[in-house]
Design a protein. Sequence first.
Length: 139
Amino acid sequence: MAKYFNHLGYNKDLKEIARKLRNDSTPAEIRLWVKLLRAKQMKGYQFLRQRPVLNYIADFMCKELRLIIEVDGESHEHEHQWYKDELRQKELEKYGFTILRFWDEDIFNDLENVSRVIEHWIDCHPLAPPSKGELQFSR
């Protein structure tokens, strides 16, 4: 069975879950959002919080750049979660997204370097071409 997604993989079925996650953001996600990503602070690009994409919810996503930023905390230190994260990342990359990952600790203790990494990625990667039609995802 195939499922179709509009707008760079937007999955409206996950809208309510994404809303709940936005309301229950982790302290690291809040810090990254407030200090670097909201209101086009990052080089003028718009980032969205807790964006439903394919069968996942990205912590932060810039549609224009096809860039997803993930914030990893304690739960991502377990081998099982690493495996799930790797599968998720491969699937998202298959659809043209790039994923940058940062640890909670880095966001709290070295936000300047986190900013430099994101800015460097933006400077080194051309904008993605506009989306054409729908993405198809097969299960």
